[in-house]
Design a protein. Structure first.
Lengths: 1080, 447
């Protein structure tokens, strides 16, 4: 019996051991000979408490050190000796550390990289070390390759023997003088208990500061200061990526810094200096930046960047881990201390020449891979698309909330007080963070998480990772350096299932490997682009080759090789499945300008803005302080803008609504410019927030009047500041006139003569009520009787929804205009006008509730009827919605205290989880703290389990089944929804204008968007640069046509005319209005 | 298994029937119940103002039962705001008043804290003992104690606490240089900005003891305010130089009483948790009770009076904190003198003026002096559990003065906040004494 069980267990163990992933096979150390194990031995005086990067692991460097064509593997250990394994072929390796003399002498090694420092064509090894804390001794070591499988440690000779806190380093030829320089990445140990100001980065510090080291032949010179490289006490450098990000021929550098310090984006000026330009090109970055990698994922020839962070994927881990800052802390870090926006999740930054990077990790599906160290893009399955491998894990999760709040104190209190040390017992109580590594299959900028099938499910803590074709079968294998376990080999099983090309360079001069060489590959109209920078990922360098996958394509149409010296050559019709060895031949000067987008600008900002000097200023009001659980703010939807001839001179003037403490502004049009003009009677109350404005002649006296819709989260209840207002223009100026009294937040006011009596009636679409988000405010139809407005009774308008936009348009060609209303947590609604009374009609073929922000009619498909262009929330955020699994919002008084709250629940694997953590929820619903006395007790629980069913049943339920913007196509009066492509889903689309910009007789739609009124949990939605939409698939983005709205929250787009010349007026929330003109 | 439990039950019933002795509840049991609440509060992490409320209501519940049966003490109904007389026990029931009081104490406590399990374990073990000692007396007293607890709870529920939970978070004013800013390392939101809306027990309103305003904000050298900031910085440097064993640092640490000191080491975070200022004075009350061999009833009286005064003290102090909304020394010293400076104590997450510990210490010392007399010397071992030494004092007032000045040594308060704060507490304490008539004249005379 017992024998039987033992046998059974053995079988089970064997089965689970051989549970290989479909793409990668993990051979055993006993087969390969790679027995390196980075064993960490914590001591009383050396553990995660004493050294913050105790768990960061060692380095991995791969390259052919003996010229036999087989890549060899070097692994660096923290406390154990480093090892060098010679590749003998057939995935058998020989430990030649002793003979080679590369075991190292430092107490604590970190990153390891290979590069040819002395230009003899042999790969040397540079090993970083942390020296000077906790008694760590030694220095960064440089093992110069003697060419006979032995090395000579020569760091001092080359001036690279730093005894500081090094994480890693990268070789690059930043000054294009033909030899390899070195960027040394150091890390801080400065207390992050207080942030300190961002300008601490300007004060150089030897131990912690990064360094740029110029290769002067015999030795390296520290040129950090003159080159403009920061070297401060707050640089927690963990990631470094070298790439010619702006494609000007000079390599640039991206440095990922952990904690509150910003990442650095060094653009190479080409004169030996760099300009750090992060805030100019990145809307936000990772917060706890770890490793990073660069590759062109979307086939546009421009390098894109991933930077890793530590957002957990699993619900249970997510809800027990310390989350993002709250809004106020974030503001303080940015406004007071001078840092940039940072959020704790992976960031995929898509390169957009001349503009901000578009950050799409949430949309792309790679935002959460837990405690992540190394990212390596490569075409692992050789289908022509970049895939992504992420190594991760941490032995102990130090940010576990239960540990922080409840466990740690009891266990370590006395220890801390007495000795300032934590003992092993206390550390043991932290939960393990050994999460499986991740594999994502790429398709352009979209990625699919295939970790479960493609990799063996592991419990490894994997750090530094490098790729190489270890078995010379053409596909890329991986090596991870693990904590306390043997290093792992991931042998790629693609083999001959798909085609590849490997390229090696033989470049003249000291940079023999051709570091910095670029390859543009074209096959079947598809561009793939790679640069040779072997240092990538985290504390590692990969085999110095270029690798492409081609699927079933046999011949590559052309390869354009751009050498570091700025010359290029083309290889035509290269056969796949071989290793090309290329040297410069018949080269020509490469024109980098040819890489810039070809279509050229269509618009240009008018230099004097036509005299319009309006800036909307949003007050610092934080909606989340009052309604802690609302999904987004409601107080930041201004300003109101209207154009119309206010002074009766035949020229349209402009009204810009006020915001709290900032009065409305009126610009009158003259022959040459708009001029700010004073209308004291209109701007008496400077506290009102105006959201919508209409300039029309309401009392039919030939003079234009003004109707103003107000809102603003700062005002609530029956505040007179929430009353809409009407100003009738008489002989002596404007006089305030009566309007019906209602206190909802206005969203949109659309005039239309509904009763055919010749004057304009109004649809007033209301958005919400302050302090009661989720309550449906009545919207109104106001009938105009000689300039006096009366509410028309209409039950469906009373329950319309959280209205954001509306339009009157004739959708069925009956010469009468229908009212189209869109809003949040609702589907678009349609009303037919029957002699002044509105009747709802159902025109949708499918229910599509969304977070609709804007609507405009346009015959987009040119079939003669009007389609509707709809702006929605987009899918680049943490909301999730589909027809079968809609996003949910419960609205009710969950804590029975007389005020309402909302709870957002997102679908995940068939269950619904609250978006907020226990911490967040219990700020509003304190009773949850009694129900869930630990974070773990609520983590992983569905919203039904957390709030009892009865409460949920009594609550109102709102749903959203579609988050994407798109088109409602008019099919003979019935409307069906077609979403736009991904590039239009990166942020909310909030405003449209329809106009025949190209004078082809058909109107195009210009779209603007972006929104920032969300908690740091979501990040910032700033990546939409605007778009010209001429057809379902005919879209040009703003930054490609000279009108870039990136990182600005567009609220309105208007066409205004001056001297018969049309212009586009763009109004932003919390920003300066801009005027654009066409270029012919 | 089932048989076994039946057997146990029978045995237990038999044993119950055998000895039906009267249940004795001593002052020590009351001390343990109060200690229990203190420990749960440390675990659950309640802020100082909330903690003061958690002490007051259970004490009052127990006191009201005790006062029914002890001619020396008067009921608080009609004396503390909105408290109506507790229900009387049915005449035929044999109520053990101390027992009922203790049961009410535990039940009201249970409602106030988060982790109920921690009190249930304690309660159930006592229940088991009492059930064994005298089932009838226990059950009748329990029924009554719980009824009173319910009465107190419905009064307690109307003190606006629930409503203040969902009132707006404190909005930081980043534009005004004199206004409070969140402080390192956790940069927590300002806690309990609406505590002045909690119904007070004895004082007329939250602003009845509104202190004089702090010196006007100015970082101009030589201004009164500047001098105060500089003084905190100088004192801190001076005593840091003297080293960890200096008297001032020992004083600062002894009175830290911060329920949640968050510690960050890289990605590693943890908290060291301690009792609140209110809890420290509850601890001193226990020491005084033990030293005077106070009976259950007398100890309950002391706890109740002290906790009422302290609860009102927090309401008064918090009212001022969010009125003056004054910036902490740490923020200014980092900004103007030394960006690496850290206070000896971690700055707690709320505005500076006045010092909460000073106000509450003033109020508590005044009350305890009234109960136990002036020049009451005691050895304060309250913080032993938290790794701090014993300190000896000649009087409650001496302790209060030391607690107040400790905040300056700790680098978290200016002098004015401390001096005005302790006076604010004493004035408030006096008012509470004058307006609470808890003891019959004769008893007061003997105290």
């Amino acid at each position: 019996m017992n024998k039987f069980i033992a046998l059974f267990c053995l079988v089970m163990v064997l089965i689970s051991c051989s549970g290989d992933g479909e793409l990668f096979h993990n051979p055993d150390a006993s087969e390969t000979g790679i027995d390196f194990k980075n064993v960490l031995t914590p001591r009383e005086d050396l553990n995660i408490l004493d050294y913050l990067y105790f768990y960061n692991g060692g380095g991995t460097a791969i390259g052919d050190i003996n010229g036999d064509g087989l890549p060899d593997i070097y692994l660096a250990g923290n406390q154990v000796k480093n090892k060098l394994y010679l590749n003998k072929g057939n995935l058998e390796f020989e430990d030649i550390t002793e003979q080679a003399g590369v075991a190292g002498n430092s107490s604590w090694n970190t990153g390891a990289i290979m590069g040819d420092v002395n230009g003899d064509g042999l790969l040397d090894i540079y090993v970083c070390a942390v020296v000077g804390i906790k008694g760590f001794s030694g220095y960064n070591e440089l093992f110069i390759n003697n060419g006979d499988n032995t090395f000579t440690e020569s760091a001092a000779r080359y001036g690279l023997d730093f005894d500081s806190y090094s994480s890693s380093a990268a070789f690059l030829d930043y000054d294009l003088d033909g030899d390899l320089d070195l960027y040394l990445l150091n890390h801080a140990v400065h207390t992050e208990e207080s942030y300190g100001r961002a300008n601490l980065r300007y004060k150089r510090n030897y131990e912690t500061g990064d360094k740029l080291l110029r290769n002067d032949g015999e030795s390296f010179t520290d040129v950090s200061e003159e080159a403009g490289i920061f070297g401060g006490i707050i640089g927690y450098g963990l990631g470094v990526a070298v790439s010619d990000f702006n494609q000007d021929g000079y390599p640039d550098i991206y440095v990922g810094n952990d904690f509150h310090e910003d990442d650095y984006y060094y653009l190479n000026n080409g004169d030996g200096t760099f300009t750090e330009s992060l805030k100019k090109f990145f809307g936000h970055t990772t917060r706890f930046s770890m490793g990073n990698d660069v590759a062109d994922v979307n086939h546009d020839g421009w390098p894109d960047l991933i930077s890793l962070d530590m957002l957990p994927e699993e619900e249970e881990i997510l809800k027990t881990s310390e989350g993002d800052d709250n809004v106020q802390t974030q503001r303080m870090r940015i406004d007071r201390f001078g840092y940039h926006y940072q959020f704790s999740r992976n960031m995929l930054q898509l390169n957009r020449p001349g503009s901000f990077y578009a950050e799409t990790a949430l949309q792309s599906g790679i935002a959460a891979s837990d405690w992540s160290w190394s990212a390596l893009f490569a075409d692992y399955d050789q289908d022509g698309e970049q895939d992504l491998f992420i190594s991760n894990g941490i032995p102990k999760r130090p940010n576990d909330l239960d540990y922080i709040r409840f466990v740690s104190s009891e266990e370590i209190r006395s220890k801390i007080n007495n000795t300032r040390l934590v003992d092993q017992d206390a550390l043991e109580m932290m939960p393990s963070g050994a999460v499986h590594n991740y594999y994502f299959r790429g398709k352009g900028a979209s990625f699919e998480n295939l970790s479960e099938t493609m990799l063996r499910k592991d419990t490894l803590v994997s750090g530094a990772t490098a790729y190489a074709d270890l078995d010379l079968d053409g596909d890329l294998d991986l090596v991870t350096n693990n904590l306390n376990r043997e290093a792992s080999l991931y042998i790629n099983q693609t083999n001959n299932k798909a085609n590849y090309l490997k390229i090696k360079f033989n470049y003249p001069g000291p940079n023999k490997f051709g570091i910095g060489t670029k390859v543009f590959s074209y096959h079947k109209g598809l561009l793939q682009y790679k640069e040779l920078y072997p240092v990538r990922g985290f504390q590692a360098s990969s085999e110095p080759i270029i690798h492409f996958g081609y699927g079933q394509t046999d011949v590559v149409d052309s390869l354009k090789i751009v050498w570091p010296d700025g010359t290029f050559q083309v290889v035509k019709n290269a056969k796949v499945n071989q290793t090309l060895k290329l040297s410069p031949e018949n080269t020509l000067k490469f024109d980098y300008a040819s890489l810039l987008p070809q279509q050229g600008n269509r618009f240009k900002q008018v230099t004097d803005n036509l005299g319009i000097d309006y800036e909307h200023v949003e007050d610092n009001y934080v909606d989340f302080n009052r309604q802690k659980l609302i999904p987004y703010q409601i107080s930041d939807r201004g300003p109101a803008v209207a154009s119309g001839d206010l002074n009766g001179d035949g020229k349209d003037d402009l009204y810009f609504g006020g915001s709290k403490y900032h009065s409305a502004q009126i610009y009158l049009q003259t022959d040459t410019a708009f001029v700010s003009s004073s209308y004291p009677e209109l701007v008496r109350d400077s506290v009102i927030e105006e959201i919508s404005a209409v300039i029309e002649d309401f009392n039919s006296d030939g003079k234009k009047d003004l109707f103003l819709g107000t809102g603003g989260g700062d005002f609530f209840g029956q505040s007179t500041r929430l009353l809409d207002r009407l100003f009738i223009q008489g002989e002596s100026g404007f006089n305030q006139a009566q309007v019906p009294e209602y206190f909802e937040h206005a969203a949109v006011i659309k005039p239309h003569d509904i009763d055919g009596d010749g004057d304009l009636d109004l649809f007033v679409g209301n958005y919400t009520r302050t302090n009661d988000f989720g309550a449906i405010p009545p919207s109104y139809l106001l009938r105009n009787e000689g300039g006096v407005f009366q509410i028309v009774d209409n039950l469906s308008l009373q329950k319309l929804g959280l209205v954001t936009d509306a339009y009157w348009a004739d959708l069925d060609n009956d010469q009468k205009e229908e009212l189209i209303v869109v809003g949040e947590w609702m589907a678009p609604r349609f009303f037919k006008n029957d002699k002044g009374s509105l009747t709802e009609v159902e025109l949708l073929e499918q229910e599509i509730s969304g977070l609709w922000q804007a609507v405009i009619p346009n015959d987009i498909d040119g079939d003669g009827d009007l389609d509707l262009i709809l702006g929605n929330w987009g899918n680049n955020n943490k909301f999730r919605a589909s027809q079968s699994n809609p996003l949910k919002m419960y609205y009710g008084d969950f804590d029975s205290n007389g005020s309402t709250e909302t709870i957002i629940a997102i679908p995940k694997d068939g269950k619904y989880y609250p978006l907020e953590s226990l911490e967040g929820l219990s700020q509003q619903i304190v009773s949850l703290r009694k129900k869930f006395t630990t974070f773990r007790s609520m983590a992983g629980k569905s919203v039904e389990e957390i709030l009892d069913k009865k409460t949920l049943k009594e609550a109102s339920l709102f749903q959203v089944s579609e988050l994407r913007s798109g088109i409602l196509m008019n099919n003979e009066g019935k409307f069906s929804f077609t979403p736009f492509g991904q590039e239009l889903q990166v942020a909310p689309i909030t405003s449209f204008v329809s106009y025949d910009f190209d004078q082809d007789g058909k109107e195009e739609v210009l779209a603007g968007g972006n929104y920032f009124g969300v908690k740091p949990y979501h990040g910032r939605f700033g990546s939409f640069s605007g778009a010209m939409i001429a057809g379902e698939n005919d879209v040009i983005l703003g930054h490609e046509m000279g009108m870039d709205f990136s990182q600005k929250a567009v609220r309105h787009l208007h066409i205004i005319h001056m001297n018969d010349q049309p212009y586009i007026l763009v109004t932003f929330n919390n920003g300066k209005a801009e005027v654009y003109q066409w270029l012919n | 298994m089932r048989n076994f439990s039946v057997l146990v039950l029978i045995l237990w019933m038999v044993s119950c029937n055998v000895k039906q002795e009267p249940i004795e509840v001593s002052a020590e049991e009351l001390h343990s119940a109060v200690d229990r609440v203190t420990n749960i509060m440390v675990h659950d992490i309640f802020s100082p103002p909330v903690a003061s409320r958690i002490y007051a209501y259970p004490n009052i519940a127990a006191y009201e039962i005790m006062a029914l049966n002890n001619e020396g003490y008067n009921s608080l109904s009609g004396q503390v705001r909105d408290l109506s007389p507790i229900p009387k026990p049915e005449a035929e029931k044999a109520i053990n008043y101390s027992l009922a009081a203790l049961i009410a104490h535990m039940d009201v406590s249970r409602r106030l804290i988060f982790t109920e399990e921690m009190i249930e374990v304690f309660r159930d073990s006592l229940y088991g003992v009492w059930e064994g000692q005298n089932s009838k007396e226990f059950n009748e007293s329990k029924e009554y104690g719980l009824r009173v607890a319910e009465h107190i709870a419905s009064w307690m529920d109307k003190d606006n606490y629930k409503q203040t939970r969902t009132m707006p978070k404190f909005t930081v004013d980043t534009d005004n240089p004199g206004r409070w800013q969140p402080t390192p390392p956790a940069y927590m939101d300002g806690i309990e900005p609406h505590w002045n809306k909690i119904r007070p027990f004895v004082i007329d309103s939250a602003d009845q003891f509104k202190p004089v305003p702090p010196p006007p904000f100015s970082m101009e050298e030589g201004s009164d305010f500047y001098k105060e900031v500089k003084e905190v910085y100088d004192i801190s440097n001076e005593i840091t130089e003297k080293g960890d064993t200096s008297e001032e640092i020992e004083i600062a640490q002894f009175w830290d009483c911060n329920p949640y000191v968050s510690v960050t080491r890289g990605h590693l975070m943890f908290a060291t948790k301690k009792i609140t200022p209110g809890a420290h004075w509850i601890g001193i009350t226990k020491i005084a009770c033990r030293k005077t061999n106070s009976s259950f009833d007398d100890a309950l009286y002391a706890y109740t009076k002290a906790s009422i005064a302290m609860a009102d003290a927090f309401i008064s102090c918090w009212d001022e904190k969010y009125r003056s909304n004054l910036i902490r020394p740490e923020t200014l010293i980092n900004e103007h003198f030394n960006d690496n400076w850290k206070p000896i104590l971690q700055t707690p997450p709320f505005p500076e003026y006045t010092s909460g510990h000073s106000v509450v210490s003033g109020a508590a010392a005044t009350t305890l002096t009234n109960i136990f007399g002036d020049n009451f010397a005691f050895d304060d071992d309250t913080e032993l559990r938290y790794g701090l030494p014993v300190r000896s004092f000649n009087s409650f007032n001496e302790a209060a003065d030391e607690a107040a000045i400790s905040r300056m040594y700790g680098g978290i308060h200016y002098r004015t906040a401390v001096e005005v704060g302790v006076k604010q507490g004493r004035d408030l304490g006096k008012f509470v004494l004058e307006n609470l008539n808890m003891t019959k004249e004769t008893i007061v005379a003997t105290k």
